[in-house]
Design a protein around this ligand. Structure first.
Ligand SMILES: [Fe+2]
Length: 277
């Protein structure tokens, strides 16, 4: 029986989430391509999951901690690359006139994707019952690069996971003016905390329409602006063997694994090591 899997890897201050879809091909999706000094999610997928090609990389936004794993990513080169639409001038302006080397390498890599593909919610795809809904702002609306993050809702068998990238409060507020976004937000069960759980990514108004069962934070160590307590208050919490948890963090729990079967039954576990699939 095919099972939907979601993994948030522990890449310290970075972002790397993986989906394995329950379709026949068991396609693998990556949300961002962060890594840490010792661990490459792409290398892990190649060696442990025997992934030869990732089906799709969804880059939330053009920031270093989301593309650090580029070298190993090239070895399991995604068929589809989804990035926010941001002009070269915008990026140059944002980075003060000269692009970081890693970003330039990523842009060179992205140039290889020059054939248009249908959007991920196109019915011609077979994602095994998984649905995607994607939202992003135009660069003219918000200057801050984080606020151009693609926010992606992933839905399967009654569950909705939201990957909002590094959205900050202005970006959230703009999205809340969009009825389709709000409709998706209302159904969120698993909320990946924006901007690594930092204060700047938290938006109180979001939780007037959204009461997630669980919040996931991907970060290295507690920063002064980390708002785990706020997320604890707005999360319903889920029961684990060691008690109810409202927030799981990669810094305290390690990698976070979720499985949903075709009846909607779920299993969530955390591990510090990556020795088992
Ligand atoms: Fe980030």
């Amino acid at each position: 029986m095919s099972v939907f899997k979601s993994v948030t890897f522990d890449v310290e201050h970075g972002s790397s989430h993986v989906l394995r879809l329950p379709n026949q091909a068991e396609d693998v999706f990556l949300f961002d391509a962060g890594r840490n000094q010792f661990f490459s999610p792409s290398e892990y997928l190649k060696n442990r999951w025997n992934v030869e090609r990732v089906k799709c990389l969804i880059l939330s936004h053009h920031d270093n901690d989301h593309i650090e794993d580029l070298d190993d990513l090239k070895k399991i080169k995604p068929h589809i690359l989804s990035t926010p639409t941001v002009s070269h001038d915008y990026l140059l302006n944002h980075y003060g006139g000269s692009l970081p080397q890693r970003l330039q390498e990523f842009l060179n890599f992205a140039q290889e994707y020059n054939v248009p593909v249908p959007s991920l919610d196109d019915p011609s795809y077979d994602w095994g019952g998984v649905q995607f809904a994607m939202f992003s702002h135009d660069e003219g609306v918000h200057f801050n690069l984080n606020n151009l993050s693609q926010a992606v809702f992933v839905k399967y068998q009654g569950w909705t996971i939201l990957f909002p990238g590094d959205l900050e409060r202005p970006g959230w507020l703009e999205h809340l003016n969009n009825d389709a976004f709000v409709e998706n937000l209302q159904s969120v069960d698993i909320f990946v905390a924006s901007h690594h759980g930092r204060e700047s990514g938290y938006c109180e108004e979001v939780f007037e329409v959204c009461r997630p069962k669980l919040v996931i934070v991907s970060d290295k160590s507690t920063s002064e602006t980390s708002v785990t307590e706020k997320y604890t208050r707005v999360s319903q919490g889920m029961n684990f063997t060691n008690g109810k948890r409202h927030v799981l963090t990669t810094r305290a729990d390690g990698a976070i694994y979720m499985e949903i079967d075709n009846m909607g039954r779920h299993k969530i576990s955390t591990r510090y090591d990556y020795l088992t699939k």
